[in-house]
Write a protein that binds this ligand. Structure first.
Ligand code: NDP
Length: 241
């Protein structure tokens, strides 16, 4: 039986491209989403992949959700992609506690909530892949995104420490830091701001979600067993680490 991969925020954007790529590679795939029923229905129809609705910021919802996926597939989650994320941009001196908390909870605490439920069985099985989607802005900083940069930088530390704890158990833990990718998240950026961003990308365009999925499918593969604790940038040359 092929391995089971679970992708959070998988009905749109980067997560959808990741889920489709893993399906094409022969994995059994499940995804989560938060509330966009239209996107979820379209995704189910197009791919045949099961899409489960829960809030990744909610620990109990994640525990119950993972248990449901495992029960439905009759298999443990062997590949987890922590992709779900939001922005809630605001200059820090005007940022409300809720703007801080919503991004920290959805983008960073979610990695604890989701990974905590799958890491034990991965350790028991001596195999696992945890792939966390960070951001270029964790690496370079971005005005108006103190909350997002803090959350995404936290993901990189989470990745390194969990990689060290898990290495002897056949589990790899890696992060991918995308640059600006043409998804709904970036469509929310005002056009004049986006034009200035694209001008800073040496490749001369936004990235495609499939270009991030390509990295993830490699990290999920058996051939990536020696790669752990790393953060992979895919940003068109916009910021070199
Ligand atoms: P989108 O906004 O296109 O999609 C986000 C997905 O996450 C959606 O499926 C959404 O569900 C889901 N989601 C959001 N909040 C929650 C929640 N609380 N619980 C469960 N699911 C949730 O984002 P992108 O595809 O652009 O981004 C994917 C990841 O990549 C994010 O972590 C983002 O920070 C990161 N990233 C994106 C970049 C970009 O340029 N696009 C650049 C760098 C990093 P629903 O569909 O139901 O709303």
């Amino acid at each position: 039986m092929s391995r089971l991969a679970l992708v959070t925020g998988g009905v749109r954007g980067i997560g959808s491209a990741i889920a489709r790529a893993l399906q094409a590679d022969g994995y059994r795939v499940a995804v989560t989403y938060h509330g966009n029923e239209t996107a979820a229905d379209n995704f189910r129809k197009e791919t045949g992949i099961s899409a489960y609705k829960w809030d990744v910021a909610d620990y109990e919802a994640c525990a119950q959700g993972v248990a449901k996926v495992v029960g439905d597939f009759g298999a443990p989650v062997e590949i987890l992609v922590n992709n779900a994320g939001i922005t809630n941009d605001c200059m820090f001196h005007k940022m409300a506690p809720e703007q801080w908390r919503s991004v920290i909870d959805t983008d960073l605490v979610s990695c604890f909530n989701m990974t905590r439920g799958v890491i034990g069985p991965m350790r028991d099985a001596n195999f696992g892949r945890v792939i966390n989607i960070a951001s270029i802005n964790a690496q370079k900083g971005q005005a108006g995104q103190v909350n997002y940069c803090a959350a995404k930088s936290g993901i990189i530390g989470f990745t390194k420490a969990l990689a060290l704890e898990s290495a002897s158990r056949g589990i790899t833990v890696n992060a991918v830091a995308p640059g600006y990718i043409a998804t709904d998240m970036v469509a929310a950026v005002p056009p004049e701001v986006l034009a200035k961003i694209v001008a800073q990308i040496p490749v001369g365009r936004l990235g495609h979600a499939e270009e991030i999925a390509g990295l993830v499918r490699y990290l999920a593969s058996d051939g990536a067993a020696f790669v752990t604790g790393a953060t992979f940038t895919a940003n068109g040359g916009q910021y070199l680490t």
